[in-house]
Design a binder for this molecule. Structure first.
Ligand code: TYM
Length: 329
């Protein structure tokens, strides 16, 4: 048995993945696979918590996998698979719905409140229950570390609570997982409103840079992004939230320290800074899209199938253990 730590994470194929998803989640995964045993899932059953068009969803599952690969997730090192191909996820979610998760927990989930807004009574039960499916995703694989962006921390906390309750009642079935977020970049903000998260479900696409978008459009979005009052390029989350967000993006995609950028741009204005950031974005997207375009659908299907077999072996073992503990076997 491997003594490397176990990592699990995933992304919903529910919209166009943007640089927030890349910076907050995927770039962390790429680093982690050097050291740990990693499993990365395309979590399609999460995506259907809101309506998806079947043909589009099918394409997005393939495209999301291509994004993992283009970013540098290596199927030789890590398991990459489609969540719905391993039925243990939904089955464990049901068991955890009954043993571990409580209505009071789900009522506290801020993402549900944000997503449901005023329609709390009319959104799907799945949207409400989604954090329990996420707990099942994590707990099936003896996961110790869950690399995510800041907005998913609360859901990982819930997975910890559910696992702790289950273990207390039935014996130690689950490892208690821990969320890990990046020091910088765990919450990339909208380009038009630095109080809002950059989000793939945002209808205003000027807010975000999509990984597969036209490069000239992306550059324009940077040039048009809001900035704060003043003209100095300094990192200051309170007084310069918009600029601090742009500095974070620059630092991560351009591989430079924020402190270094502040020095380089001292005495220069926002205009110069944005122009250079647009170039950093151009270089990053060009390289990324080139890799993406070189991956065929067939290759993706083969990788997902190989991943499914490996994931299934781990998940079904854990599920059988849980079935025995609760008395159905
Ligand atoms: P999802 O699909 O909304 O987002 C995927 C990942 O991207 C991160 N992220 C961001 N990071 C920084 N800045 C942003 N603006 C930004 N927007 C999104 C998210 O935090 C996430 O890490 N429920 C999860 C998917 C999931 C999962 C799991 C994750 C399902 N099961 C098990 C980990 C473990 C979700 O909806 O992420």
């Amino acid at each position: 048995m491997s003594i490397k730590k176990h990592i699990f994470s995933g992304i919903q194929p529910s919209g166009n993945l943007n640089i927030g998803n890349y910076i907050g989640a995927i770039s962390q995964w790429v680093e982690m696979q050097k050291e740990y045993d990693c499993i990365f899932s395309v979590v399609d059953y999460h995506a259907i918590t809101v309506k998806q068009k079947p043909e589009e969803l099918k394409k997005r599952i393939i495209n999301t996998t291509k994004i993992y690969l283009a970013a540098g997730i290596d199927p030789e090192k890590s398991i990459i698979f489609q969540q719905s191909a391993v039925p243990a996820h939904t089955e464990l979610a049901w068991i955890l719905n009954c043993y571990g998760a409580r209505i009071a927990d789900l009522n506290k989930m801020t993402q549900f409140k944000d997503k449901a807004g005023k329609n709390q009574e009319s959104v799907s039960v799945g949207l409400y229950d989604y954090p329990v499916l996420m707990a099942a995703d994590i707990l099936l694989y003896n996961t110790e570390i869950v690399p995510v962006g800041d907005d998913q921390k609360q859901h990982v906390e819930l997975a910890r609570d559910i696992a702790t309750r289950f273990n207390k009642e039935f014996g130690d079935a689950f490892i208690i997982p821990q969320a890990v977020v990046k020091k910088e970049g765990a919450r990339i903000m909208s380009l038009q409103d630095p109080t809002k998260k950059m989000s793939k479900s945002d209808p205003n696409q000027n807010n975000c840079i999509i990984l597969l978008e036209d490069i000239e459009d992306a550059k324009k979005k940077i040039m048009r992004s809001v900035t704060d009052s003043g003209s100095d390029v300094v990192y200051d989350l309170i007084n310069k939230p918009a600029l601090s967000n742009l500095l974070t993006i620059y630092a991560i995609l351009g591989d430079r320290q924020i402190k270094r950028l502040e020095k380089d741009y001292s005495g220069k204005g926002y205009g110069d800074f944005k122009k250079d950031l647009a170039e950093v974005i151009e270089k990053f997207l060009k390289d990324f899209q080139e890799k993406y375009n070189n991956i065929s659908d067939q290759e993706v299907l083969e990788i997902l199938e190989a991943g499914r077999i490996k994931a299934q072996a781990i998940a079904s073992k854990k599920l059988e253990e849980v079935r025995k503990l609760i008395g159905v076997r």
